[in-house]
Design a protein around this ligand. Structure first.
Ligand code: AMP
Ligand code: ZN
Length: 469
């Protein structure tokens, strides 16, 4: 298996430290707001990577941190006049809910920064004792000039960086590139006691401390969006490798930005849609398909048109799955087993996914599989049930278990397109009231118009349900 490593800038054979175990750390959200669909891209692609590694037989331990102490949380807490803990608690809960709705499998652990102060302080003390961290009036900084290979991940060199760095006049530090490990408390902020006085940790030290605590000093994969390469991940390397004197991460994986009109979607630019909002219109499967159709590392433009196309794509998969299900649940079985090489498709799927998780090709292969299988089914009578079961097993392992772009147990369940379903149900209620008032003309109009849109109403003693044509 090959994985593109940001550190070496090439695809490398994936060899974990202790196979079949794999340790994976992903930088999680700063919980001050709902996450946007750009964040969702990173979480979904990491989910696919993790699921594929599991399919390959690795025992993956995935840790995603929750940054629950940060300038942005403090600002929101001041703006809304609510304790920072309340803001962080509320949006952490929303984070878990949104991941679940996007069918992202839960990580093994979600450590919170505020519960790891002791660990962070330990790492800072270690750096201080080695002369790499220095304290100025209760603010502790990392001295980047003491770490020879600073810049190795982002490919930047110190001179260039220094020339470009802006110096904040309020910060008394030796070098403009030196970054905060510990910040002295300001009035009204969350704070903790430490050997340097009351204060709070810098953002970068959180990840060094939490990944070490939960996954060890050297980990196999560290993931995050492209925006984190510099300075966040560069600083994590500087902290962890200087403190523990061993290689911090074997494979650095970075997810490309989700852009909107070629600009990064971000909260600060205000050009974002929350994952929740997007899910009002598109199913989790369609959103996942939309992301899987592009290589995880490159940029991707958000557009309604592309999401709409992905939604149609998932409907094709559902139709195929329903066709299989119909045959599988029939009482009788034919006796003809078509000559169709499902194993070959499996082999191809694994080959493209082994090549740095080439999900666009994997998706193309699944659609190719559906097309070819549909043709065989249409051209032949009397097909054996085992054949349909074999087709289903391919779909289950690839499209469901690994990519999560269909859920075979939920085909018949309605909550696929939340808003649309709600609106149809609303019309059904209105129609029922119209019938009670004997306004059959309007009631029939609703039925017929929905029928034209491909929604079929089914009346029964217990009420009216609908299905899609
Ligand atoms: P944040 O809450 O902004 O710290 O981001 C959480 C995760 O989402 C990080 O791994 C980010 O790198 C990633 N991320 C942020 N914006 C985008 C975007 N527009 N496209 C893809 N990933 C993003
Ligand atoms: Zn991090």
């Amino acid at each position: 298996m090959l994985i593109y490593n940001t550190l070496t800038k090439r695809k490398e054979e994936f060899i974990p430290i202790n196979p079949p175990k794999v340790t994976m750390y992903m930088c999680g959200p700063t919980v001050y707001d709902y996450f946007h669909i750009g964040n969702a891209r990173s979480f979904i692609m990491a989910d696919i990577v993790r699921r594929y590694l599991q399919f390959k037989g690795f025992q993956v331990k995935l840790v995603i941190n929750i940054t629950d102490v940060d300038d942005k949380i403090i600002k929101k807490s001041n703006d809304e006049k609510k304790p920072a803990e309340e803001i962080a608690g509320f949006y952490s809960q929303a984070f878990f809910e949104d991941l679940e709705r996007l069918k992202v499998k839960p990580a093994d652990f979600y450590p919170k920064a505020t519960l790891h102060l002791a660990e962070m302080i330990e790492v800072i003390k270690e750096l201080e004792s080695k002369g790499i961290a220095y304290n100025i009036d209760g603010n502790v900084f990392y001295d980047v000039s003491k770490f020879d290979t600073y810049g190795k991940l982002s490919g930047k060199n110190l001179d260039e960086l220094e020339a470009g760095a802006r110096v904040d006049v309020n910060e008394k530090k030796k070098n403009p590139l030196d970054f905060s490990l510990w910040k002295r408390a300001k009035e009204g902020e969350m704070c903790w006691d430490s050997p340097w006085g009351i204060g709070r940790p810098g953002w970068h030290i959180e990840c060094s401390a939490m990944s070490t605590k939960h996954l060890g000093r050297s980990i196999d994969i560290h993931a995050g969006g492209n925006d984190l390469i510099f300075p966040h991940h560069e600083n994590e390397i500087a902290q962890s490798e200087a403190a523990f004197e061993q290689k911090f991460v074997r494979y650095w994986m970075h997810f490309g930005f989700l852009n909107i009109q070629n600009e990064k979607m971000s909260k600060s630019l205000g050009n974002f849609f929350t994952a929740r909002d997007v899910q009002q219109k598109y199913s989790a499967e369609a959103i996942r398909l939309f992301f899987a159709q592009t290589n995880y590392g490159g940029p991707l433009n958000f557009s309604d048109e592309l999401l709409g196309a992905a939604q149609k794509g998932t409907e094709k998969i559902i139709n195929f799955a329903e066709r299989l299900e119909e045959e599988i649940t029939k009482e009788s079985s034919g006796n003809f087993y078509p000559n169709f090489d499902v194993k070959k498709f499996f082999g191809e799927f694994e080959k493209v996914m082994d090549d740095d998780f080439n999900t666009p090709q994997a998706v193309a292969l699944i659609f190719d599989f559906i097309r070819s299988a549909n043709k065989i089914i249409s051209e032949n009578d009397n097909i054996q049930k085992e054949f349909y079961l074999e087709l289903k097993s391919f779909l289950k392992k690839t499209a469901e278990d690994i990519l999560g772009i269909v859920h075979l147990d939920e085909l018949k369940k309605p909550p696929m397109f939340f808003l649309e379903n709600d609106l149809i149900n609303l019309l059904i209620n209105i129609r029922e009231n119209l019938k009670k008032e004997k306004n059959y003309t309007m009631a029939d109009l609703i039925r017929n118009k929905l029928h034209e849109m491909g929604i079929i109403l089914q009346d029964s003693k217990t009420g009216t349900t609908f299905k899609r044509k």
